[in-house]
Ligand binder design. Structure first.
Ligand SMILES: [Fe+2]
Ligand SMILES: [Fe+2]
Length: 193
């Protein structure tokens, strides 16, 4: 359903379990970046009413995820680590050539966001399925419902602002580009590492 072209090695789950503070810190910052991204769509495309309505709601939902993870970490006494560069997102950003075309840039950003959501879903689902931590398994299963919704939201928005064929063509190329990178990953306790 998510269309991803590579599956994460299940061994990644054991790496996460052994480094839970790294994983939860990285996830917390991912929710913060998603929140900021939602607000930035609103600020940069104020004339697109439907987009800003959806992105306002999206940013709030991601900020709720942020709070849920932070609360969990505080409750369990899990130390919050410093944010690190997100190599995955940096790699993905290089896929689209720089453009001054605002609409083209919007579509590229929507597809990037959709892909990051899709990969997060794949990782969270794998973790929820295999972790020995029942509480976190339930937490991630619950979170996946929202994140699948986000993946679809960005896909649908892209199709509102560009014709379906162009969107699908870009998406398919982006999936191949992403899979090339992700085939070598699953080696660190990061959401996309
Ligand atoms: Fe989220
Ligand atoms: Fe999300």
């Amino acid at each position: 359903m998510l269309g991803l072209l590579s599956d994460t090695n299940p061994k990644w789950v054991a790496i996460v379990e052994a480094n839970l503070s790294t994983f939860l810190s990285d996830h917390l910052y991912a929710e913060q970046k998603a929140t900021s991204n939602g607000f930035s769509f609103v600020i940069q495309y104020p004339e697109k009413t439907e987009l800003i309505k959806e992105m306002g709601a999206y940013a709030l939902e991601e900020s709720e995820h942020f709070k849920r993870i932070l609360d969990y970490m505080l409750q369990k006494g899990i130390v919050l680590q410093k944010d690190k560069k997100n190599e995955y997102v940096n790699y993905l950003r290089k896929f689209f050539p720089k453009t001054k075309d605002r609409n083209e840039n919007l579509i590229n950003r929507l597809l990037l966001a959709s892909l990051i959501e899709a990969r997060s879903c794949e990782r969270f689902a794998l973790f929820a399925k295999l972790t020995m931590n029942a509480e976190l398994s339930e937490f991630y299963q619950d979170l996946i419902k929202d994140e699948v919704g986000h993946y679809k939201l960005f896909q649908n928005l892209a199709r509102k602002f560009q014709d379906e064929n162009s969107v699908v063509e870009k998406w398919n190329k982006l999936l191949i580009y992403e899979a090339t990178y992700m085939k070598q990953m699953g080696i660190s306790a990061l959401v996309h590492g």
